[in-house]
Write a protein that binds this ligand. Structure first.
Ligand code: URA
Ligand code: SF4
Length: 187
């Protein structure tokens, strides 16, 4: 059932031209990992390598992401990963509000299919979209990272956690140590 729903969604995204990013993308990155997972990570948008491979977190930020999973003793096969945007913004530009407005509906379909019990938003874009939608005030990640918020969803209670984006830790050992602490604390 989940498989069929996800395949339908994948087809829709592969054909999507709702924002300008369809013109330059190679492979839309719909999601990666286990659709039966209890934990969903939501990042920003596919980067250069993700766009070439259609896989999540396979570039530099991916190396950090894998270190974080190791701390939580999680395998990629135990989680599902997706992003706010499914297509790579050239030069890793910030997602535009127009792209987010069109693409976010795919994320909400994915949430309904996967039904994760724990949602981890990575970085300000994913955090802003998810937190404001459930009416949790959000201004900056530094205020709320690593805190667990219990929210009611259409399929039951969900834990919502915000963390810094792994790419922000690529050249910042301080943020990397915060990310590691948050992973230790939350899992
Ligand atoms: N950055 C993201 O936000 N997501 C990815 O999948 C890779 C890099
Ligand atoms: Fe469609 Fe999202 Fe890709 Fe834009 S980023 S073209 S809305 S799938």
């Amino acid at each position: 059932m989940k498989q069929i729903q996800m395949q339908k969604l994948m087809k829709e995204i592969q054909e999507c031209k709702k924002c300008f990013l369809w013109k330059t993308r190679n492979i839309p990155l719909i999601g990666d990992g286990n659709i039966d997972a209890n934990i969903m990570f939501i990042g920003e948008a596919p980067g250069y390598y993700e766009d070439l491979k259609g896989k999540a977190f396979v570039g530099n930020a991916g190396k950090i992401f894998d270190q974080l999973l190791e701390i939580a003793k999680l395998k990629r096969s135990q989680i599902y990963i997706t992003n706010i945007l499914k297509c790579h913004p050239p030069k890793n530009k910030d997602p535009t509000s127009d792209s987010i407005k069109h693409c976010i509906k795919y994320l909400f379909v994915q949430l309904k299919i996967v039904k994760p019990k724990i949602i981890v938003t990575l970085g300000k874009y994913a955090t802003k979209e998810l937190f404001l939608r459930v009416k949790i005030p959000f201004t900056k990640i530094s205020d709320i990272h690593g805190s667990v918020f219990k929210i009611k969803s259409s399929y039951g209670m969900v834990k919502l956690i915000a963390m810094y984006h792994p790419s922000s830790a690529c050249h910042n050992p301080f943020l990397l140590s915060i990310l590691k602490e948050d992973m230790k604390k939350c899992f």
